[in-house]
Write a protein that binds this ligand. Structure first.
Ligand SMILES: C[S@@+](CC[C@H](N)C(=O)[O-])C[C@H]1O[C@@H](n2cnc3c(N)ncnc32)[C@H](O)[C@@H]1O
Length: 255
């Protein structure tokens, strides 16, 4: 029996989507937390759990990278999602799954930057391909996010300026993938908030994923994006796969 097991930690960030009365919701969560004897509380990102190990909070390399690069409550609340990504990307390196890393789309590059530090990606001998439109106009199907702007592309390039093997590409998925994309993929993160664009990326890139490569679909379990699930399920079923819906709202496939 482990005698030096770490004490339970909590991770609580008041960031929840789809709440009607934020103040009533927050007090209800706080009242529930007050009744928890065990610790190990996670609250945020539409997840509320307790009595959990929350292993990521005890992974010091991960926590250092996370704290270095996360700078707002919405990102802070997604720690479990980012740890899931870290696990999926890390296994590609430790299990020698052939190929490069892909993220459609990267937005501010936060999760990719955390993964890059955590995995010492600069020394990995692989390439990491990041895509995004970086801007928003009314013709775009996706939501406008706070950081979208005409300078976001340069900001994200700067964020990875110390890593020659991370390639930040501005363009529309899937069209841009015909110009820049790897032949073999060891890890892929798809997070486009848009069913048509996600299906376009999957139709082109899923075939290029190596056996054993992990695919994370960020929006798969979220009701607000269920059109993506409805489009993706038949695609994967036809290939003999079933997406695992995770409590974080992500979907996971190991090829
Ligand atoms: C939720 S954000 C991605 C967050 C990022 N994966 C992370 O972990 O921090 C979704 C992004 O998808 C981008 N996007 C949506 N449709 C796109 C398309 N067809 N091509 C390229 N980027 C797209 C948006 O510009 C937005 O920045």
């Amino acid at each position: 029996m482990a005698t030096n097991a770490p004490l339970p930690k909590n991770h609580m960030v008041n960031s929840f989507f789809g709440v009607r009365d934020r103040s009533a919701f927050t007090s209800a969560i706080q009242s529930a937390i007050n009744e928890i004897a065990s610790g190990g509380v996670f609250a945020g990102d539409n997840l509320f759990t307790f009595g959990r190990n929350l292993s990521f909070l005890h992974d010091s390399a991960f926590m250092e990278a996370f704290e270095r690069h996360v700078d707002n409550p919405i990102e802070k609340a997604t720690i479990w999602r980012i740890y899931l990504l870290s696990w999926a990307a890390r296994r590609a390196l430790t299990l020698n799954v052939p190929g490069d890393f892909v993220e459609c789309a990267c937005y501010r590059g936060t999760s990719a930057r955390i993964l890059s530090d955590y995995l010492d990606f600069g020394a990995s001998g692989r390439n990491y391909y990041l895509y995004d439109l970086f801007e928003h106009d009314e013709t775009n199907a996706h939501l406008r996010l706070e950081a979208h702007s005409s300078s976001l592309y340069e900001q994200v390039q700067q964020r990875f300026a110390d890593l020659d093997n991370v390639h930040v590409t501005r363009g529309k998925v899937p069209e841009i993938l015909h110009e820049v994309s790897p032949e073999k993929i060891a890890f892929m993160h798809i997070d486009l908030n848009n069913a048509e664009a996600e299906m376009g990326a999957l139709k082109l890139l899923f075939d290029r994923m190596s056996p054993g490569a992990a695919l994370v679909l960020d929006d798969y379990g979220w009701l607000a994006y269920r059109q993506q699930k409805f489009a993706e399920d038949p695609f994967f079923e036809a290939l003999g796969y079933q997406v695992l819906e995770l409590p974080t709202g992500q979907g996971l496939i190991i090829k």
